[in-house]
Design a protein around this ligand. Structure first.
Ligand code: ADP
Ligand code: MG
Length: 706
């Protein structure tokens, strides 16, 4: 099955009265030849920035004609519906940009009729020109408002419909009414009725239509004798969708119903956008069709088996620029959606099949009746003319109207004659007469009923047959209108041929140039391709490198911090050393050290050279003052006394004395003992038992108050 992209065409409407009066700037330009829409930013600040360019399948400017749009962008799609494909045309865009104008246009103005009326003409003209095919056309019309489906052709406009799904035919609206239409006039009438229902209950029709989606569905069924000798039916559905305005519905300030409305509108178009994104993305297999009724109904048209054309409508003025860009971006995405169109061959729900079967059944019934009738006739004829040969007539299938009429008339007259005969027969008793007359009356009544039933079936067959359209004969119905159309088309074709010729000439002139350009293009394209590949690789490497650089920078900065800290510490130490050197080392020593110090490269340390013997070591002689004291003489103590003293001191050995009040530092008795034998004068003074001073024992801090 071949795939086909969704076709996207863009149409820019003309400036309207108001815009012209206010002298709004035009920011949109349309390059029809290249299929480009160019949007310029009107702001002073960004005047120098390049304009945004979008390319589409076709683009139409403010001078575009409805019929050109139809012939170029929609006719092929409707043709495929006539072949049994499903097709969808939907108009997308901000309110007031021409969606309804494009889809419906002005129905009574042949120049300004939109896609829908043009499709009506196209379909019925096609049928009238067909041969050996039988068609059945029906129409439905529905509206989606606040995610609820309303049947615009139903009598009960308050009723809401539900969606359902069947594996063979996909998603459909349950109980949606559809009307079989035999001509353009009939289908136009259906549309008119639907439009009237659309406006019922809407206080402001414009506002309502900008907030609801309208879908007109035409089903074309075609039956044709296949090569296998069987009748085959193809069914094509054409969905003509006029979407709600794509502008962001302001939620601010909205309350209750309005808030609900705004949310729902945003939701369905948002869901449509999500479906498109998911379809284009390719990374996800989940397409969120179920997020809204709109997306479910359009499931076939987006990524399904339908052919789809999306018309994006935009406005040209500067104040619409943001919305215009949004619409263009949105539609640009849709270009990449792929569908797989498939013919609907012999679907189970084909109404045409039902019609054909019902007609065949009724005809068989009629045949049976006529068979009985003929038998009676034969019998009668046999009675009357002694077996006159009537065989030729028995083969007659067709119920000839006159023959029929004659038969009934004959029967009627016969019964009446018989009744009169009974009435006039005087030999009969009154009671017998009444009885016979009653019988005759009953027979007449039966006859009438039988006749009526036959007529009813015939009428039904005729009505059903009239709904099945066949080519050739129907041309008569359309002749005038279609001949006019034909003339118009011929005229257009002639014009187009002229234009084609002109273009051909131009093309021939440029042929060589084109060839050259093409060659360069192919080679350039190759270059671009390989460069793009390389660029991708290089870019990936660049990203890896950037990440690495980042890591390295971080590491480096940490390292630097550490080093700075270190440097600070070292500087402090150095300063301290300098301070010591400056203040505590005599200048001669310093210079001597300076001369000795060297840096050991191997050990990477500063070292001092050993002192050489030649070096003069200064011997400093102190000029001491004459001595004014005597050496201490140990007193002579009796041995018994010494022993007693030693014992006394031994007991006190571990006692710690709190001497914080004393001028002297805390010490132990053993310390005392030790100092007793020491050489220092100060310690001698403090440790001497004879020396005066505060008591060495803790003060009593007991119960006695001070
Ligand atoms: P929408 O349905 O998008 O809200 P309409 O179709 O109602 O917009 O268009 C708004 C107005 O602009 C209508 O008066 C319509 O006639 C006019 N208009 C839109 N497109 C065109 C066009 N291509 N040429 C002329 N008039 C247009
Ligand atoms: Mg509209």
């Amino acid at each position: 099955m071949s795939s086909e992209s969704v076709k996207v065409v863009v149409r820019c409407r003309p400036m309207n009265e108001k815009e012209r009066a206010n002298e709004f700037e035009r920011v949109v330009s349309v390059n029809v030849k290249l299929g480009q829409i160019i949007v310029r930013n009107p702001n002073e600040a960004s005047a120098s920035s390049p304009p945004t360019v979008f390319t589409f399948d076709s683009v139409y400017n403010w001078n575009s004609k409805q019929i050109d749009l139809y012939n170029k962008s929609f006719r092929p799609l409707v043709n495929s519906v006539l072949l049994g494909f499903n097709g969808t045309i939907f108009a997308y865009g901000q309110t007031g940009t021409g969606k309804t104008y494009t889809m419906e246009g002005l129905r009574n103005d042949p120049e300004r009729r939109g896609v829908i009326p043009n499709a009506f003409d196209h379909i019925f003209t096609h049928i009238s020109r067909s041969q050996n095919q039988q068609y059945l056309v029906r129409a439905s019309y529905l509206e989606i408002y606040q995610d609820e489906i309303k049947d615009l052709l139903s009598k009960d406009q308050s009723h809401r419909l539900e969606l359902s799904e069947r594996p063979d035919t996909g998603v459909f609206v349950k109980d949606l009414s559809s009307f079989v239409t035999k001509s353009v006039q009939e289908i136009e009438h259906v549309m008119k009725v639907g439009n009237q229902n659309r406006s019922v209950g809407a206080t402001n029709m414009n506002e309502h239509s900008s907030r609801s989606h309208a879908i007109f569905v035409i089903t074309v069924e075609c039956s044709e004798l296949g090569v296998d000798g069987e009748n085959h039916i193809r069914v094509g559905h054409l969905n003509l969708v006029d979407l709600a305005g794509s502008e962001r519905q302001a939620k601010t300030g909205a309350e209750g119903e309005r808030l609900k409305e705004a949310t729902k509108i945003n939701q369905s178009l948002f869901a449509l956008g999500n479906v498109m994104s998911a379809l284009v993305d390719g990374r996800t297999s989940h397409i969120p069709y179920r997020d809204s009724k709109l997306t479910r109904l359009l499931q076939d048209s987006l990524g399904g088996n339908a052919c789809t054309v999306m018309v994006a409508n935009i406005g040209p003025a500067s104040y619409n620029m943001e919305e215009t860009l949004t619409t263009l971006r949105y539609s640009n995405r849709a270009k990449n959606i792929k569908n797989k169109p498939r013919i609907n061959d012999d679907p189970k729900d084909a109404l045409l099949r039902e019609f054909q079967e019902e007609i065949a059944r009724l005809k068989a019934q009629l045949k049976k009746r006529s068979g009985e009738k003929k038998k009676k006739k034969q019998r009668r004829a046999g009675e009357g003319s002694n077996g006159e040969d009537l065989e030729g007539e028995t083969e007659d299938d067709d119920e000839d109207g006159d023959d029929n009429g004659d038969y009934w008339r004959e029967q009627q007259l016969k019964l009446e004659r018989e009744r009169n005969a009974i009435m006039e027969d005087h030999s009969l008793v009154a009671e017998e007469k009444v009885q016979l007359l009653k019988e005759k009356e009953k027979k007449m009544e039966d006859l009438r009923r039988e006749r009526e039933a036959g007529e009813l079936i015939e009428a039904k067959v005729k009505a059903m047959e009239s709904k099945l359209l066949v080519g050739g004969e129907n041309i008569v119905d359309h002749t005038n209108e279609q001949q006019r159309m034909l003339q118009q088309r011929k005229h257009e074709i002639a014009e187009k041929k002229d234009r084609e010729r002109e273009m051909q000439q131009q093309m021939e002139c440029r042929d060589e140039e084109t060839l050259e350009l093409k060659e360069t293009f192919t080679s350039l394209q190759q270059v671009v391709d390989s460069k793009t590949k390389k660029l991708r690789k290089v870019f990936a490497r660049l990203q890896a490198m950037n990440a690495e650089i980042h890591d390295i920078q971080e590491e480096h900065s940490k390292e630097r911090q550490k080093l700075e800290q270190n440097q600070n510490d070292l500087t402090k130490k150095l300063k301290l050393k300098h301070l010591i050197i400056e203040n505590f080392i005599p200048p001669e020593e310093k210079s001597e050290l300076d001369s000795r110090v060297y840096f050991d490269e191997e050990d990477e340390h500063w070292k001092l050279k050993p002192i050489t013997p030649a070096v003069h070591i200064p011997t400093l002689k102190l000029n001491l003052p004459p001595r004014t004291t005597l050496d201490y003489q140990v007193p002579v103590v009796a041995p018994a006394m010494l022993e007693a003293l030693r014992n006394a001191l031994k007991i006190e050995d571990v006692m710690v004395i709190d001497a914080s009040d004393c001028e002297r530092p805390a010490s132990t008795i053993s310390g005392l003992r030790k100092s007793k034998s020491g050489r220092s004068r100060a310690s001698k003074r403090s440790s001497s038992p004879s020396s005066p001073g505060p008591p060495l024992y803790p003060k009593c801090r007991g119960l006695v108050p001070k």
